[in-house]
Design a protein around this ligand. Sequence first.
Ligand SMILES: *[C@@H]1O[C@H](CO)[C@@H](O)[C@H](O)[C@H]1NC(C)=O
Ligand SMILES: *[C@@H]1O[C@H](CO)[C@@H](O)[C@H](O)[C@H]1NC(C)=O
Ligand SMILES: *[C@@H]1O[C@H](CO)[C@@H](O)[C@H](O)[C@H]1NC(C)=O
Length: 481
Amino acid sequence: MHISFIVPALAATAIAAPSIGPRQAVQKITVDATKQYQTIDGFGFSGAFQRANLIVNLKEPKQSEVLNLLFNTTTGAGFSIVRNGIGSTVDSSKDFMNTILPKCPSSPDGVPDYKWDGKDSGQLFLSQQAVKFGVKTFYGNAWSAPGCMKTNGNDANGGSLCGISGARCNSGDWRQAYANYLVKYVQLYAESGVKVTHLGFLNEPDMTTSYASMRSDGTQAAEFIKILRPTLDRNNLTDVGINCCEATGWSIANQHASQIASAGADGMIYAMTSHEYTSRIGSPMRTKAKVWQTEYCDLNGGWSTGWYQNGGAGDGFTWANNIFNGIVNSNLSAYIFWEGIQDRATNNNNNEKLILVEGQTYQVSKRLWAFAQFRVVRPGAVRIGASGGSNLKSAAFANADGSTAVVVINSGTGAQTVGISLGADALKGKTVQAWYTDNTHDASVTEVKIGDDGTASASVPGRGMISFLVSGTTTNAKAAV
Ligand SMILES: *[C@@H]1O[C@H](CO)[C@@H](O)[C@H](O)[C@H]1NC(C)=O
Ligand SMILES: *[C@@H]1O[C@H](CO)[C@@H](O)[C@H](O)[C@H]1NC(C)=O
Ligand SMILES: *[C@@H]1O[C@H](CO)[C@@H](O)[C@H](O)[C@H]1NC(C)=O
């Protein structure tokens, strides 16, 4: 059942809402739109390393069901960012992502022989489907340059981009060729109907792995940014933002930020990006750029779908708090999970995915529903003030369409009635809707009561999360003042 209330002018008491159970004191959260913080770019996930093919290979209706779970803003997580891996491997062996340049010309200024397979490891299909759901933010992120541009001649096992300080190669300086290659990727996506809005050229550059990896510190990254930015601009891609540098953790990312600032390249990047594996988000990063958390998950736990199981790293409730902490306490403009979908065989069926896709079947974790609780916060929203209530974490956002989103986590063990107050008469003529998630509910619609004082309230279970959306003026005659 869909329940939402149209609030008539001041006559809030006229609304006969069903009882919401035993009377609880309303825990009031006051929203203050005069306090303005960061702008939100969105929430997302990745289908990198051929995981997107799991969706490509699903038959209908399952394919649509999974796509709706990921992107639908009323029945799913409403994700608004897709992070795609830009392939660097010469072929698609194992789960590797193939590159558009399997063989470099003999010298950096030779003509590159790009090979576009029109699939991009399933990520093009995933992106085209996302476009249909209204997704506008596509982050193309290379784990490495092709091996033929690197000191170690391999896209895997670390190595550096030839030409970067400290990385000399007999074949020459491949920095401009790498920038051209990234531009080509953006152009190929554009020809397929997907506008890549953000571009990254590193992934976990503080770590060497047996799969695609390329080393860089912030100073070396800044050297490349100073080549990539004008290359994008010359190709009329002035609106493509450069993101950097996908550190394994927050403390390394802080070093990257200060090195990039020292090199004078901070004005050329859109967002500083980091993962949370080797160190978690602490306080806001010291940078003039926006900050995105671009990859994190529980890599250790066995596949679990629960919301609250003693606060485990894979619990949905833990994820509600992870996202909340990043956005509200650490000034993030985006929070991106690792894999949206994955199969059972990969990594012993751990928790690094939101949805387990196995052949033609799928299972949804509550981590997805934690993100769904944030779907009321749309790209372009400005975080505004929210405070009050005991055992409640709250945050409010002014969406670009004029609606107000309020997300609330109940940290207590008992149910609470949460009331949101946007100021006197603020709900006049507005629609207030609310959804909640707990062990047995997945962003379920719940009833909202409007009190005499103009507070919109609803009940949230212990260790549950509730999200309110106060929508713009309605044309409903009853709501007219
Ligand atoms: C989202 O789901 C609803 C309900 O099933 C459906 O009506 C709507 O078309 C879906 N949105 C998109 C963009 O497919
Ligand atoms: C960029 O746009 C300008 C103006 O529309 C056009 O003249 C020029 O050819 C374009 N350059 C490229 C590389 O697309
Ligand atoms: C938060 O991020 C914005 C950029 O999105 C920045 O302008 C602002 O200074 C940051 N605030 C803090 C407290 O770091």
